[in-house]
Ligand binder design. Structure first.
Ligand SMILES: [Zn+2]
Length: 257
């Protein structure tokens, strides 16, 4: 599922000659060509930059008017990032001095050793980590690997337990670092999970599991799919809304490159 993209992200319609807007009012944006994209998507990244993801062969001249048409949406997103920075400054700290993984109901303080020595992440106590790295970028890379290990260690067995509990069988489970998708389920019942689920509260993770497990029965978002989801999670609407906002809870250091 890709909650982030579902509603708030503007998508292109065909470029319209009526949308001539002065370039002066345009927010600056970068362009990324994606072979998977079928239409233009705008993303406001947590760093506070704007990215337009365009399909191959898209006429770049149509982009300015597309961005201009969504400038209100962009300003709103940028304002909400500023608000986040004020309210949750620790999410923007790179490298972080503390790591919260609400999914596991655990938190760690992080200390850094910038001197030489083998780059590594070492547990110092149940709630403390020590990172030995050359610089901030290297430290974040090490922490990303540490995060992936946590995700594999805890999310995979948790999903398997949920699958057994609900009697919905699955095959392979993989964990990936993904920008927008929280999880997916293939026709072969292989489930892929986003490692950043660890930053969600446990009920959000459980809902994602239920959602993907229901796709082992219905490979679509039909009425029958949602009726199965609602039977297994009576609060699914609240949890769906939680997942749509959830990218705001992923700290900057943990965003996939
Ligand atoms: Zn789905």
């Amino acid at each position: 599922m890709r909650p982030f993209r579902r509603r708030p992200t503007p998508q292109s319609t065909s470029p319209d000659a009526a949308d001539r807007v002065s370039a002066k009012t345009l927010p600056p944006y970068t362009v990324r060509i994606s072979p998977r994209a079928r239409r233009v998507q705008l993303r406001v990244l947590p760093q506070g930059s704007v990215e337009a993801v365009v399909p191959r062969g898209f006429d770049p001249r149509a982009l300015d008017s597309f961005v201009a048409r969504h400038s209100r949406w962009i300003s709103k997103r940028l304002a909400s990032i500023d608000e986040q920075r004020r309210r949750r400054p620790h999410l923007f700290e790179t490298p972080p001095s503390r790591i919260d993984l609400p999914a596991l109901e655990r938190a760690w303080s992080v200390d850094y050793r910038w001197d030489a020595g083998r780059p590594a992440t070492r547990p110092r106590a149940h709630d403390a980590l020590e990172v030995c790295a050359g610089d901030a970028d290297a430290a974040c890379a090490l922490l990303q690997r540490w995060l992936m290990r946590q995700a594999k260690e805890y999310l995979v067995p948790w999903l398997r337990e949920t699958s057994a509990e609900l009697g919905l069988e699955i095959n392979r489970v993989s964990v990936r670092a993904q920008k927008s998708r929280w999880g997916s389920c293939s026709a072969q019942r292989n489930i892929s999970l986003n490692r950043n689920l660890l930053f969600l509260p446990p009920e959000g993770v459980r809902y994602l599991f239920v959602h993907e497990l229901c796709h082992t029965v219905h490979m679509n978002h039909s009425r029958r799919f949602w009726s199965l989801v609602s039977r297994l999670d009576p609060h699914f609407e609240r949890h769906e809304a939680l997942l749509r906002r959830a990218h705001d809870y992923v700290p900057l250091w943990a965003l996939p490159n």
